[in-house]
Ligand binder design. Structure first.
Ligand code: URA
Length: 434
C-alpha cells in the first residue's frame, strides 16, 4: 500500500477499505507517511467526506493509535465535556471545577487553539507555572484525588489526533464533519468516560455555520459514542458573536475565575450552567436539570468550585494567587480602543472576524510551530442588540507588536455592524441531540 494510491482514490471520490484506513493512520503516526501526503488526504476527505463505515473505522483507528486510559478503580461517575470550538469559548475552565465540586469526576483532556477558535490549554498556560503536560499516572492520580484534571494529550494518547489536529489547523481542513467528529470522539473515548456532553457551536464563528450542518455533526458524534457504549448528549449553541467579554488567553482565564465568583457576563454563565447541568444528570448525581442547577449554583455561592480550581492550579504547578490578583496573569503592554463609527444598535458582532483578529495579534497560531502570546487579546464591549453612541468603545484591544496590531484592527473594523433598529434576539441554546 502507498499513501499516493490512497490519496488518489479519495481524491477521485472512492471509498477506502478498512485495511487501507488502518494502514494510513498507523503509518502516519509512525512517520512513514509525510505531513504533506496526509495534508493532501485531509483535503480529499474535506471535499468528498467519509461514509458511515469509513468514519467508524477512521475513528476507531485514531482511538487505538496509542494508549487508552483506565479509570475503572475510580468510583465516581466520569463525565467530560467538549466543544467543537468557538471564540471566547472559555466554558471548560469554569465548568470542570463546578461539576467536580458536585461529585462528578471530570477527566478533561483539552486542545490548543485551532484556526480562529481558542483552546483551553493555551488559556490555562496563561497562569504562571501551570503545566498542561500531565502523564497518564499523574492524570489518574489527580482525577482520583481532586475529582478533576485539565491536561493536554500526552505523546502516547491518541497520537494520531495530536498530529492531525495540528496539520488541519494550518491546511484549511478543519471544518469537515468526519474530521471534527473523529478528532473529538477518539480523544474522548480514550479517556474511559461514562458519558460525554458536547457543545456543538453554530454560526459565523463556528466551524459549522448552519444549524442543519451542526445537527449532522452532533448526530454523527452521538452515533460514534453509542457504537462505543458511551452516552453522549449534544447541545447546539449559538456562536455568531463571541461568548462573554474576553477573547484571548489570559483575559479569558480571568473571566472564568470571575464566573466562579458569580460575576461573569450572562451568556457565558448560562452556557456553562446548561452544559454542566447535563453532565450532572448524565453522571447520575442530579435527578433533573433543575436539581442540577441548584447544586451548581451552590458551588458558586459556597466557593467550593473556586476551591476546586485552586486545588487543580496548585497540583499542576500554577500560581493560585491569580485567583485573587488578575494582574499576575500576563498583561498586554499596550491598549487601543475601537470606537463606534455611528450611533445605533449593534446588529452584528462577528465572532469569526474577532477570532481571526485575535490570532493576528498573536493570541493564536498562523503556523503549526508558532508560540501563542498569552497577554494579547480583545475585550468585547458591545454585543448584538446593544445600543451604542458614536465614539463609544466597541472593544478594547491589548497588543504587543505594531505590525500585528495594524492587521488585527483592519479585520476588527469590519467585525461590527450598527443599524437603526434593534435586531431580533437570537436563542443561545438552539437544540439538543441525544
Ligand atoms: N475540537 C477538536 O478536538 N477537534 C476538532 O477537529 C475540532 C474541535
Amino acid at each position: 500500500m502507498t499513501a499516493v494510491e490512497l490519496i488518489e482514490k479519495k481524491r477521485d471520490g472512492g471509498t477506502l477499505s478498512d485495511e487501507e484506513i488502518r494502514w494510513l493512520i498507523r503509518a502516519y503516526t509512525a512517520d512513514e507517511v509525510a505531513d504533506y501526503q496526509m495534508a493532501a488526504m485531509l483535503m480529499a476527505i474535506f471535499h468528498h467526506g467519509l461514509s458511515v463505515e469509513e468514519l467508524a473505522v477512521w475513528a476507531e483507528a485514531m482511538l487505538h493509535s496509542g494508549d487508552t486510559l483506565d479509570f475503572s478503580d475510580i468510583t465516581a461517575p466520569k463525565v467530560d465535556k467538549h466543544s467543537t470550538g468557538g471564540v471566547g469559548d472559555k466554558v471548560s475552565i469554569a465548568l470542570a471545577p463546578m461539576v467536580a465540586a458536585c461529585g462528578v469526576a471530570v477527566p478533561m483532556m483539552s486542545g490548543r487553539g485551532l484556526g480562529h477558535t481558542g483552546g483551553t490549554l493555551d488559556k490555562l498556560e496563561a497562569i504562571p507555572g501551570f503545566r498542561t503536560q500531565v502523564d497518564p499516572s499523574e492524570f489518574h492520580h489527580l482525577l482520583k484525588t481532586i475529582g478533576m484534571v485539565m491536561g493536554g494529550q500526552t505523546e502516547t494518547l491518541v497520537p494520531a489526533d495530536r498530529r492531525l489536529y495540528a496539520l488541519r489547523d494550518v491546511t484549511g481542513t478543519v471544518p469537515s464533519i468526519p474530521l471534527i467528529s473523529s478528532s473529538i470522539m477518539s480523544k474522548k473515548l480514550a479517556e474511559d468516560i461514562d458519558a460525554l456532553v458536547l457543545d456543538v457551536k453554530v454560526g459565523r464563528g463556528a466551524f459549522m455555520k448552519q444549524e442543519d450542518q451542526a445537527r449532522i455533526l452532533a448526530e454523527t458524534m452521538v452515533g460514534i459514542g453509542s457504537h462505543h457504549d458511551t452516552e453522549v448528549v449534544a447541545l447546539l449553541t449559538a456562536m455568531d458573536e463571541p461568548l462573554g467579554t474576553a477573547v484571548g488567553n489570559a483575559n479569558e482565564t480571568a473571566e472564568c475565575i470571575e464566573l466562579l465568583k458569580g460575576d461573569a457576563p450572562p451568556d457565558i454563565t448560562e452556557i456553562t450552567f446548561r452544559l454542566a447541568e447535563e453532565m450532572l444528570v448524565l453522571g447520575g448525581v442530579a435527578d433533573s436539570l433543575e436539581d442540577a442547577r441548584m447544586q451548581l449554583e451552590a458551588t458558586i455561592t459556597d466557593g467550593t468550585a473556586l476551591e476546586k480550581l485552586e486545588q487543580v492550579i496548585v497540583a499542576q504547578d500554577g500560581d493560585p494567587a491569580v485567583l485573587e490578583d488578575y494582574s499576575l496573569l500576563p498583561q498586554p503592554p499596550q491598549f487601543v480602543e475601537l470606537e463606534a463609527p455611528r450611533e445605533g444598535w449593534v446588529t452584528m458582532c462577528d465572532a469569526r472576524r474577532i477570532g481571526v483578529a485575535g490570532v493576528q495579534l498573536g493570541g493564536g497560531r498562523l503556523r503549526k510551530e508558532d508560540e501563542v502570546d498569552p497577554a494579547v487579546g480583545i475585550w468585547v464591549f458591545a454585543k448584538e442588540g446593544e445600543q451604542v453612541e458614536q465614539g463609544e468603545p466597541l472593544a478594547r484591544v491589548g497588543w504587543r507588536h505594531g505590525d500585528r496590531l495594524g492587521a488585527a484592527m483592519e479585520i476588527l473594523e469590519d467585525a461590527w455592524a450598527i443599524g437603526d433598529e434593534a435586531p431580533e434576539p437570537k436563542p443561545l441554546i438552539m437544540g439538543k441531540v441525544r
